[in-house]
Design a binder for this molecule. Structure first.
Ligand code: HPA
Length: 280
């Protein structure tokens, strides 16, 4: 059994968005935990609470607000998804990708996804930004792929290519933007886990062995659905905590720490996004 979102519901949501803004965004920006404030940079914002969009999945997590902010940034018309629904909240993979399906209906061709992530790579520190070059979609390869079920050929192929899930040209723009701003940008592989429990040391050791640099509970479903639909994707992780396979006796990972570190990176992340948008 799959629980695909019926096309009529996607259409109804897209229509509701169109009725509540006259702006026509071409870029989607998804904001992760602690990163909501990034939307403050949007000029001439039209704000649409998720409650005003039929069938839209609403996040229940503290630190995630629930609204779309549509407006201008660096001369581009951007649709900001301020708050996202996660698998661990009880949403199905199909529900999680509903927003990107709606973005497609709105004509969006590029999506920039941000998230909070634990740093597995020992060279990473909290406060670093990591450009995502690839992902390990652990629930996805184990069967919880959001594209499971009947394929809608009008959106994309049954077996979509994932050779370059994170667009190489957009990644080059992000590297250039970081260089122009004069800050370091890490680059690495993002491991998507279902959560909500943070990882055990053994799980982190496993993730490190299989090539993960950072770990988090979002992003991969959105990017798979975007690529399926021919939308270009860029992903940036805010490294909010060390995900340490060899913890010290006082090591603890908390959601509060994740949110606090998110605050610290907002100025740099905003500058990075502005730099990317300026070059588009
Ligand atoms: N693990 C999983 N998800 C996360 C983490 C983490 O350490 N930090 C922020 N999101």
């Amino acid at each position: 059994m799959s629980d695909l979102i019926p096309p009529a519901q996607i259409e109804a949501a897209a229509t509701a968005v169109r009725q509540q803004t006259s702006q026509r965004p071409q870029i989607g920006l998804v904001l992760g935990s602690g990163l909501s404030q990034l939307a403050d940079a949007i000029e001439n914002p039209d704000i649409i609470p998720y409650e005003n969009i039929p069938h839209w999945p609403v996040s229940t997590v503290y630190g995630h607000s629930g609204r779309l902010v549509i407006g201008q940034l660096e001369g581009q018309t951007v649709l900001v998804q301020q708050g996202r629904a996660h698998y661990y909240e009880g949403y199905s993979p199909a529900q999680i990708i509903m927003p990107v399906r709606v973005m497609r209906r709105l004509g969006i061709q590029t999506v920039i996804v941000t998230n909070a992530a634990g740093g597995i790579n020992p060279d990473f520190s909290p406060g670093d930004l990591m450009l995502i070059k690839d992902h390990l979609y652990l629930p996805g390869i184990a069967g919880h792929n959001p594209l499971r079920g009947a394929n809608d050929e009008s959106i994309g192929p049954r077996f979509p290519d994932m050779t370059f899930p994170y667009d190489p040209a957009l990644r080059a723009l992000a590297r250039q933007a970081a260089a122009d701003e004069g800050f370091d940008l890490q680059e690495g592989v993002y491991a998507y886990v279902a959560g909500p429990s943070f990882e055990t040391p053994a799980e982190l050791r496993f993730l490190r062995i299989i090539g993960a640099d950072a770990v988090g509970m979002s992003t991969a479903p959105t990017v798979v659905a975007a690529r399926h639909a021919g939308i270009r994707a860029l992903g940036i992780s805010s490294i909010t905590n060390k995900a340490d396979p060899d913890p010290k006796p006082d090591t603890v990972v908390t959601h509060e720490e994740v949110l606090e570190t998110g605050q610290i990176v907002i100025p740099r992340l905003t500058a990075l996004l502005r730099g990317v948008l300026r070059q588009l």
